[in-house]
Write a protein that binds this ligand. Structure first.
Ligand SMILES: Cc1cc2nc3c(=O)[nH]c(=O)nc-3n(C[C@H](O)[C@H](O)[C@H](O)COP(=O)(O)OP(=O)(O)OC[C@H]3O[C@@H](n4cnc5c(N)ncnc54)[C@H](O)[C@@H]3O)c2cc1C
Length: 323
């Protein structure tokens, strides 16, 4: 029998799809995708399953599991990484190799191919800073195309792919500064260790025995609102400048909004096996045996409480599949 998605996703929910096709090379990925697309529109491109919530019922869904591996030098400071490579392993490899710019992204789960989808970011770095280009198999045209940074139109936890451009990223190229002095290389490696410790303390580093990490990471993005609106919030509500830094918009803390809407860390609805992480109010977690329905019910409850208290609708960060 086909595996349930609950065993292939980090929040451990999701029913049994129709089929799972595992692609172990770029060419196999392209061939499998075209084959599936000729059969059905009901497909899911799956990497590490760390940023999606799949429904308990997935009738007819065909899953394309991206598992192609390889890291190669293709030019001065340019590294091509196959989409199925583990992101955090690549960060550790980059730090050891003296390639700067992604060390603060250590410990983010998932694959390299999914990293551009939401322009992953943490602790002041984001993928777009070292991104060079990627190869994309377009669902509409079935053509393979190269996409530059401008083509991907990256934003805060956002890109053209997150906004609906359908297809498959087969590999990603990064451009790193080269010839870093030895002492700087050592700094990259210590930064990786520092970030891994910090993440573990917040339940943001995968650990099978810690249910606080059975999540999709942050469940909601930090809302961006007008500076004028932000002034209507309590004075202790944190806000930061946005990437535009135009003074007209600011970014709020979704975790602060949740906690100040009365939902403390560890909160759950009566009888539900989904709960806020005990370490971080922004992560919805599976305490063991939760259903996708329980996860989405809690998410909706949080949205309602925050909207009622502050007039802000929190936007989910993970992709919701089959709802
Ligand atoms: C504990 C924890 C901590 C996290 N911390 C962070 C963080 O600090 N910062 C951050 O940005 N994110 C964070 N995340 C979210 C997540 O790790 C990232 O979004 C990651 O890039 C998802 O990768 P994945 O391979 O698991 O993608 P999946 O969950 O498998 O897929 C996510 C989406 O990308 C699509 N996709 C996957 N692979 C491809 C591909 N090759 N081509 C096209 N589309 C594809 C899928 O169809 C889906 O829509 C965290 C998650 C967890 C569980």
């Amino acid at each position: 029998m086909t595996q349930a998605l609950s065993s292939l996703t980090t929040i451990h929910v999701g029913g049994v799809p129709e089929a799972i096709h595992i692609a172990k090379s770029r060419d196999e990925l392209i061939a499998i995708a075209k084959d599936v697309w000729h059969r059905t529109e009901n497909f899911l491109v799956l990497g590490g399953g760390s940023n999606l919530v799949a429904s308990d019922e997935l009738p007819g869904l065909e899953v394309i599991k991206v598992s192609n591996l390889g890291v190669e030098h293709v030019g001065q400071g340019i590294i091509r990484v196959q989409a199925g490579e583990n992101w955090s392993d690549f960060v550790i490899h980059a730090a050891k190799s003296g390639w700067p710019g992604i060390e603060s992204l250590a410990g983010i789960p998932g694959t390299v191919g999914a990293a551009p989808v939401q322009n992953i970011g943490a602790y002041g770095q984001e993928l777009s800073l070292t991104f060079h280009q990627l190869e994309f198999l377009d669902y509409q045209t079935e053509e393979v195309q190269l996409m530059s940074k401008a083509d991907c139109d990256f934003g805060y936890r956002d890109s053209i792919f997150k906004r609906g451009k359908q297809g498959i990223i087969t590999w990603v190229e990064f451009k790193f500064e080269t010839d870093l002095p030895a002492e700087h290389i050592a700094l990259l490696e210590s930064r990786v260790q520092e970030v891994l410790v910090l993440r573990a303390s917040k339940g943001m580093l995968l650990n099978d025995s810690d249910h606080d990490t059975w999540s999709c990471g942050s469940f909601f993005t930090n809302p961006i609102v007008s500076e004028h609106f932000a002034r209507t919030l309590p004075s202790d509500a944190p806000n930061w400048p946005t990437a535009e830094d135009d003074g007209a918009t600011v970014k709020l803390s979704a975790a602060w909004l949740i906690e100040n809407a009365g939902l403390a860390k560890g909160f759950s609805l009566p009888g539900s096996k989904a709960a806020l992480s005990s370490k971080h109010a922004l992560a919805i977690t599976n305490r063991g045996g939760a259903s996708a329905k329980e996860v989405t019910e809690l998410a909706r409850y949080i949205q309602t409480q925050v909207a009622n208290k502050f007039g802000i609708t929190l936007v989910p960060e993970p992709n919701l599949i089959g709802f």
